[in-house]
Design a protein around this ligand. Structure first.
Ligand SMILES: [Zn+2]
Length: 411
C-alpha cells in the first residue's frame, strides 16, 4: 500500500466517525487514530503484543505451505472466505455460546464490544452497539407483542432440543432391534443378509450412522449434507415398506444380490460390475434387480408417500443442485434472526423418516418389540405434527412439504 497522500485528521475538522463533533472533542481522546489516505478515512489501531505474535505465526504457516514469503500485495487472510460469501459467522458464535443479544448486536453493527475494546472505537459506534442490545431485549420481550425475532428464536430452540431427544431415542430403538433379532451379531457384521430381518438390521445400522452424521452436520449447519443423509433414510423406509407390502420383494429384488452360491453380478462391456443385474450361475438366466425409488413411493399404500417423494426431492435440491449449478444455500445466507435454521428443519425431516422406517421395521418383528416401538412411534408422531405446524406458521419458512409430512404422520 502506498503511503502517498496520507495525513492525520486536524483538531478542528469534523470527526470522521459521524458524531458531528470536531475531532479534538471526539475521537482524539481514544486509543486509535483517524488517518486520511487518498481522501478516505481509516482507523489506525496499535497492534498489541498478542495479536502481533499470532499474525507472525500465521505468516510463517503460510510460508511453510506455499514455500514463499508473503508479499505486500498478498491478502492477509486469503484462506478464509469473506463473510458476505455466506459462511455463517453467527453459527460459529452460537457454538461458542456467546449470548444471543451480543450476537444480534454483532449481526446488526458488525462489532463485538469488549471492555478493552471500547477505547479503540468511536463513542458513536459504542452507542450503536448498545442501542442494538436494547433493541434485541425489546424484540424478545413478549409483553411488547409478538415479534418475528422472538418467534424464530423460540422455534430454533425447540427444534434443537427435540432433535437431540429424538436422536437418542431413535438410535436406542434401532440398536434394540438389532439386539433383539440378530442372534449371531458377528455373522451379521460380516454382511450376510439372509432374510428380511437381516435386511432390517442392515437398515438399522445404516440409520444409526445416518443419525450420527446428522448430529454432526446440524452443529455445523451443513443443510445440503443433512438432506443427502435424509435420502438414505427415506429410501430405507421405502425398501422396508415394500418388504411389508409385497411378499415377493425380498426374494426377487434383494436376495439374489446376497446369494453368492446361486448368482453372480453381471459384468458390463467395459469390465465393471453391474450391481443391478445378476446371472444365475447354472442357468445363465439374467435377472434385473434395478429398483426405482419413485416406483416404491408410487406403489405405497399411503398415497401421501407419492406427494412426499415428489416434494422431498424438490425441496431438498434447493440446498444444492450440482447439475444445474444452483446452490442457494451456499451463496445466500438468510437472516439468522428472522428465518428458522434450515439445518434444524432438515434434521427434523431426518427424524421423521427414521420414525416411518422404524414403524415399518416393527411390523416385521416379534411381539414385545412391536408393542414397545408402536407406543414410541405413535407418541412421537403425535409430537412431530405440531412441530411442523410451528414451522408452517412461520411467514418465511412456510412450505407445502410440511403439510404433506403432517398428512403422512396422520395417515
Ligand atoms: Zn469521533
Amino acid at each position: 500500500m502506498s503511503k502517498f497522500d496520507e495525513r492525520e485528521v486536524y483538531d478542528k475538522e469534523i470527526c470522521p466517525c459521524g458524531s458531528g463533533d470536531i475531532y479534538k472533542k471526539c475521537c482524539k481522546k481514544k486509543k486509535f487514530k483517524w488517518i486520511v489516505e487518498n481522501g478516505n478515512f481509516y482507523k489506525r489501531v496499535k497492534m498489541d503484543k498478542e495479536l502481533t505474535k499470532v499474525l507472525k505465526e500465521y505468516m510463517k504457516w503460510c510460508e511453510n505451505m506455499y514455500g514463499r514469503k508473503l508479499q505486500d500485495d498478498d491478502r492477509m487472510f486469503w484462506g478464509y472466505l469473506p463473510s458476505e460469501f455466506g459462511i455463517n459467522e453467527i453459527r460459529a458464535m452460537r457454538k461458542m455460546q456467546i449470548p444471543e443479544r451480543q450476537i444480534f448486536a454483532y449481526y446488526e453493527t458488525g462489532r463485538i464490544l469488549t471492555p478493552q475494546g471500547t477505547s479503540k472505537i468511536p463513542d458513536i459506534e459504542i452507542q450503536e452497539f448498545y442501542d442494538s442490545l436494547e433493541k434485541y431485549d425489546r424484540l424478545m420481550d413478549p409483553t411488547n407483542g409478538p415479534s418475528s425475532v422472538f418467534y424464530t428464536s423460540k422455534i430454533n430452540a425447540i427444534l434443537k432440543e427435540d432433535f437431540m431427544r429424538y436422536y437418542e431415542q431413535l438410535t436406542f430403538s434401532f440398536s434394540y432391534f438389532i439386539r433383539k433379532h440378530i442372534e449371531n451379531v458377528q455373522d451379521f457384521l460380516n454382511y450376510s443378509v439372509k432374510n428380511e430381518i437381516d435386511f432390517c438390521g442392515f437398515c438399522c445400522i445404516k440409520s444409526i450412522r445416518n443419525l450420527d452424521s446428522t448430529k454432526v452436520l446440524v452443529e455445523n449447519g451443513l443443510t445440503e449434507n443433512i438432506y443427502a443423509t435424509n435420502r438414505f433414510i427415506f429410501e430405507s423406509y421405502l425398501y422396508v415398506l415394500s418388504l411389508n407390502e409385497n411378499p415377493s420383494f425380498f426374494d426377487e429384488k434383494i436376495k439374489p444380490k446376497v446369494n453368492e452360491d446361486d448368482y453372480s453380478f453381471s459384468i458390463t462391456k467395459d469390465g465393471k460390475i453391474n450391481y443391478n443385474q445378476v446371472i444365475h450361475n447354472e442357468t445363465n438366466e439374467k435377472f434385473n434387480l434395478k429398483i426405482s425409488i419413485k416406483d416404491l413411493a408410487y406403489n405405497s399404500q399411503f398415497k401421501e408417500d407419492r406427494e412426499l417423494y415428489n416434494l422431498f426431492y424438490h425441496y431438498s435440491s434447493q440446498f444444492v443442485h450440482v447439475d444445474v449449478l444452483s446452490a442457494q444455500g451456499y451463496f445466500y445466507e438468510s437472516d439468522p434472526f428472522q428465518v428458522i435454521d434450515e439445518s434444524l428443519i432438515a434434521a427434523l425431516i431426518g427424524i421423521t423418516f427414521s420414525i416411518l422406517l422404524l414403524d415399518q421395521i416393527s411390523i416385521m418383528s416379534d411381539t414385545i418389540f412391536r408393542k414397545d416401538i408402536d407406543y414410541f412411534v405413535k407418541r412421537t408422531k403425535a409430537e412431530l405434527i405440531p412441530l411442523y405446524g410451528l414451522i408452517n406458521g412461520h411467514p418465511i419458512n412456510k412450505n407445502e412439504i410440511f403439510s404433506v409430512i403432517m398428512n403422512r404422520l396422520q395417515a
